[in-house]
Design a protein around this ligand. Structure first.
Ligand code: ADP
Ligand code: MG
Length: 259
């Protein structure tokens, strides 16, 4: 049997070698408390590992948030459902359970500018990140810019991998600009790969499905893309006017100038 001092040193060394920083920091306190409260070795170990796992989870969330590309913080709590009666709060609450991410279903927010499509997409993304999911959020315009740069450097497959890997991909603002053939093809490949792997997409668009033919150079591609997107999907049609303009108008200000 080794002496307690040697076991303690070796325990610290193990934790260090395994990069279990939180457990290492908490070790003395956990051991002392365990002794004082006459905890069993199993209870002490469980306490230590629980702390380590919690710290790792928190770190993972921070990293995932940084990698997600989400710049703004928008929450469901900050969404005024009364101002937007065309959205069912129950449906959004159901989506916030993230069951759709687990089952690889898509969520499509459609509606005119300013009605909260991106707000809701960001809120659900943040919920997913808080729950340990990997999320990648980008506008379709950014996807096009990135794919062109990647194509030039022969790194298109690499970008495809980045877009297919996360548990949830958010494609914000499809439809503001018509897509060129090669950009549309790349988008189609990303959507198809995610469809095959049962991975969720949240998409926002100012266009109704009927006018997707205007976004895509090729109507067959538009139909094939919609087929995949809509196979397991919830569509939320948001009606009404821009939240900001409405607020200004309700406050008696001129809607365009805010004066
Ligand atoms: P969209 O993506 O539909 O064009 P956004 O989600 O960007 O619109 O909304 C525009 C702005 O108005 C954002 O700052 C958003 O947070 C805010 N907003 C929109 N609808 C609501 C709402 N119902 N409650 C609170 N804020 C809202
Ligand atoms: Mg938007």
């Amino acid at each position: 049997m080794s002496s307690p001092a040697i076991s303690y040193e070796s325990l610290k060394e193990h934790l260090e070698a395994l990069s279990m920083d939180a457990a290492l920091t908490a070790l003395d306190g956990v051991l002392e408390q365990g002794q004082k409260e006459q905890k069993s070795p199993v209870q002490i170990l469980d306490h230590l590992l629980t702390l380590e796992r919690a710290a790792r989870f928190e770190r993972r969330i921070k990293v995932n948030l940084r990698l997600s590309g989400i710049g703004l913080s928008k929450t469901l709590e900050g969404f005024d459902f009364e101002a937007q009666p065309s959205i069912s709060k129950d449906l959004i609450n159901e989506l916030s359970t993230l069951r759709f991410v687990h089952s690889g279903e898509n969520v499509l927010f459609l509606g005119p500018p300013g009605v909260g499509k991106s707000h809701l997409a960001i809120s659900l993304s943040l919920k997913a990140i808080e729950n340990g999911h990997r999320v990648y959020f980008l506008s379709v315009h950014d996807l096009v810019t990135k794919s062109r740069a990647a194509r030039e450097k022969n790194r298109l497959l690499n970008l495809q991998h980045i877009l297919v890997r996360p548990d949830l991909l958010v494609l914000d603002e499809i439809g503001y600009l018509p897509l060129k053939q090669e950009d549309a093809t790349f988008l189609f490949e990303v959507v198809s790969k995610r469809y095959e792997k049962l991975k969720s997409i949240i998409l926002t668009s100012n266009k109704t499905y009927a006018s997707w033919g205007d976004i895509f150079p090729d109507p067959i591609l538009a139909t094939a893309l919609l087929d995949r997107l809509l196979h397991h999907a919830t569509t939320i049609n948001i009606k009404g006017e821009s939240f900001r303009l409405k607020n200004r108008r309700d406050a008696g200000l001129h809607p365009q100038t805010g004066l």
